[in-house]
Design a protein around this ligand. Structure first.
Ligand code: MN
Ligand code: MN
Length: 316
């Protein structure tokens, strides 16, 4: 596939460090990317099921087994991971987050016949093919989670950058397919959380400050940690489920099992929760059985890209 690392090797050579030599922040950056892929591969099996259907068919879903409505191989990832990798390649290729480069990368990704693709993503990429404008028209209806699910490469490339740079970068990538206030707010909050987590900030402070600020600005995002919702692809429901699981558990494994067993858009809640949990707990806390099952090409691409994007940040 086009994103498996050739472009990185050509344009932004990185000497890969042995895992044991990784500084803690780099380790958490890599764990965020592996967490995204692991959560995607784990959740895809139960995407669109209800919690009851999962209980009846599987019991507690806790292993990466493939299958699901997409009939995946065990360890295979979906658009959440592959669109992130396409975006990351575009950032490394031009040395910054660029809307046109991102749109071209997503367009090439779509031509590669991805295993799944969201309706809003498809519609607005077809629009881009017609107009050449990498910014989709603003729409109240485009509040799906398709931009939020792929925001990690922007977070890694903008670590330590000024707030205006981060905001512009987030919107540049997001608006290629989702030009929507709630999607923007979600993307920006997730990027800030990834930055906080990678720099080792206290989790309670992150919840009190970042999640609370999002809810203050957009009360529709209010979440109750005690609830176990069945989230749709609406970015608000996606983030509510992710926050319920992420702030309500104390290990990488518990967080992911909690979120994907809610069903619904489980590959995407898994991917976003996996990104946050990876950045919080680091590589050593990702269950080995999940990493072993993860598709090796995706594993390698995520790891290489996390290192290369982290290398662009000012935190080295
Ligand atoms: Mn997906
Ligand atoms: Mn999904």
């Amino acid at each position: 596939m086009f994103w498996t690392g050739e472009l990185i090797a050509r344009n932004a050579p990185v000497r890969r460090r042995p895992v044991a030599e990784r500084p803690p922040r780099l380790d958490r950056a890599v764990a965020a990317y592996l967490g995204l892929a692991v959560g995607d591969a784990l959740g895809a099996t139960v995407e669109f099921l209800t919690p009851n259907e999962i209980r009846q068919q599987i019991g507690t879903h806790m292993d990466i087994t493939g299958g699901g409505w997409l009939r995946l191989k065990p360890g295979q990832v979906t658009d959440d991971t592959t669109m992130s990798l396409a975006l990351g390649e575009s950032i490394l290729g031009v040395g910054r987050v660029d809307a046109l480069a991102a749109a071209d990368a997503f367009d090439a990704w779509m031509r590669g016949k991805p295993v799944d693709i969201g309706n809003t993503v498809r519609r607005n990429l077809i629009g881009f093919r017609k107009t050449g404008n990498p910014e989709a028209p603003a729409s109240e209806h485009d509040a799906g989670n398709g931009a939020a699910m792929r925001t990690l490469p922007v977070a890694l490339a903008t670590l330590g950058k000024p707030a205006e740079t981060i905001l512009a970068a987030s919107r540049a990538q997001a608006h290629v397919t989702h030009h929507n206030t709630l999607s923007d707010a979600a993307c920006e909050t997730l990027i800030q959380m990834v930055h906080d987590l990678i720099t080792g900030r206290d989790i309670h402070e992150i919840e009190r400050e970042r999640a609370a600020e999002l809810v203050r600005r957009h009360p529709v995002f209010a979440y109750d940690r005690k609830r176990r919702d069945n989230p749709s692809g609406f970015v608000v429901e996606t983030l509510q489920a992710v926050f319920q699981s992420f702030f309500g558990t104390e290990s990488f494994e518990d967080c992911l099992i909690d979120v994907v067993n809610r069903g619904g858009d489980a590959d995407t809640t898994g991917a976003i929760a996996g990104m946050l949990a990876g950045a919080r707990y680091g590589c050593a806390e990702i269950p080995k059985r999940w990493l072993k099952t993860l598709d090796p090409a995706s594993h390698d691409a995520c790891e290489r890209q996390a290192e290369a994007l982290f290398g662009m940040s000012t935190l080295l």
